[in-house]
Ligand binder design. Structure first.
Ligand code: ZN
Length: 300
C-alpha cells in the first residue's frame, strides 16, 4: 500500500529469547528512530515480543562494529503510528527486560518552557513531573509492591556517562532540567504552558512517563537525552521571532545528525563505566522480605 517494507521483517516471539544479545537499548521517537534505523548500525533481527501487557513495538537487533544494542521505535516502525498516549509502555519495557536489557537510553524531542533552552539544544534532564492522565503507570496492581523512591529519578551513572560523552564531543550539554510529561497528543494551551513554568518545568514532552518509572520497577538504569524541537506557547526565546519553520527544522536536523556518534561513543564508554547507582536493586527490599523472588516474571 505504498509503504516500503523493512529490510528484516518482524517476527513475533512469545517465549523467552534464549541468547543474550545485548544489555543496552536506545529508545527513540519518530525523528531519532528514522535516522537511527538508517545510520546507527546493521539490523540483524526485528522482534515483536509478546508480554503479559500485550505486544511490544518492533524491537531492532543492531550492531555497530563489535558493539550490539537494541533500537526501539517508541511510536512504531512507521512515523507516529502510535501517538504518545497510546504507546504500550508496559509491553515495551517488559519486552526489553525479557531480552536481558539492563540500561536504557531514551531519546526525546520536547518543547522548551525556558528561554534558556533553545531549539536544537541537547539537554540531559535530571527530574520529571508526570502530568499524564490516562496511562497505565505501573506493572504492580496486586502485591502491594512498587512503592519506590524517585530521587534521583534518572540513573546517575548513565547520566554521568552521557555528560562525559557530550562534553568530550564539545557539545556543551545543558544539564539539570526538569521535564514535564503531558498527556498529548495535543500541545499545551498558553495558560498550561505558564502553569508548567510556574511548577518548575524547563521542558515539556509526552513520552518519558511512565517509561522511566516502569524501567525502575524492573530494576533497569534509565536516562533520557532531550533535543529541543519547539517553543511552548508564550515562551519568548532568543531569536524566536526571526526563526522560520525552515530554520527550526534545520537546527533540529543539525542536532540529530550528531545522534549516531553520541550513541556510538556511549557504547564505547559503558563497558569501562563504574556503576555506582542502585537502579538494579530498586526492588531489593521486597526480595529481602520474600514478597518477590529474583525472577521478575513472578512479580506481577
Ligand atoms: Zn543506574
Amino acid at each position: 500500500m505504498g509503504e516500503s517494507r523493512p529490510e528484516v521483517l518482524p517476527r513475533v516471539l512469545s517465549g523467552t529469547y534464549e541468547d543474550r544479545f545485548s544489555n543496552l537499548a536506545f529508545i527513540g521517537g519518530g525523528k531519532m528512530y528514522r535516522l537511527a534505523r538508517e545510520r546507527l548500525g546493521t539490523i540483524s533481527d526485528v522482534l515483536v515480543k509478546e508480554t503479559p501487557f500485550g505486544c511490544s513495538t518492533p524491537i531492532l537487533f543492531m550492531q555497530h562494529g563489535d558493539r550490539r544494542f537494541f533500537l526501539v521505535p517508541r511510536h512504531g516502525e512507521r512515523e507516529y503510528r502510535v501517538t504518545a498516549p497510546f504507546v504500550n509502555y508496559r509491553a515495551n519495557v517488559w519486552a526489553l527486560k525479557d531480552l536481558g536489557v539492563e540500561r536504557v537510553v531514551a531519546w526525546t524531542g520536547p518543547g522548551s518552557l525556558s528561554s534558556e533552552l533553545r531549539i536544537g539544544d541537547l539537554v540531559l534532564p535530571d527530574d520529571l513531573i508526570d502530568m499524564t492522565r490516562n496511562r497505565a503507570t505501573t506493572f504492580f496492581e496486586r502485591k502491594g509492591i512498587g512503592i519506590l523512591r524517585q530521587n534521583p529519578v534518572f540513573c546517575p551513572t548513565l547520566g554521568g556517562a552521557l555528560t562525559q560523552v557530550l562534553t568530550e564531543m564539545a557539545l556543551r550539554p545543558k544539564c539539570g532540567a526538569t521535564y514535564v510529561v503531558s498527556e498529548g497528543p495535543r500541545l499545551e494551551t498558553r495558560a498550561e504552558a505558564r502553569a508548567l513554568q510556574a511548577m518548575g518545568g524547563d521542558l515539556v514532552g509526552m513520552t518519558l512517563a511512565p517509561e522511566a518509572f516502569l524501567a525502575r520497577e524492573l530494576e533497569m538504569c534509565y536516562h533520557p537525552v532531550a533535543y529541543v524541537t519547539a517553543w511552548a506557547e508564550g515562551v519568548a526565546g532568543e531569536g524566536k521571532a526571526a526563526a522560520s519553520e525552515e530554520e527550526r527544522q534545520a537546527r533540529i536536523d543539525e542536532t540529530l545528525q550528531l545522534m549516531p556518534e553520541i550513541n556510538w561513543n556511549l557504547l564505547a564508554l559503558l563497558p569501562a563505566t563504574a556503576w555506582a547507582c542502585s537502579c538494579q536493586d530498586s526492588m531489593l527490599r521486597y526480595k529481602q522480605r520474600k514478597i518477590i523472588d529474583d525472577d521478575f516474571h513472578t512479580w506481577i
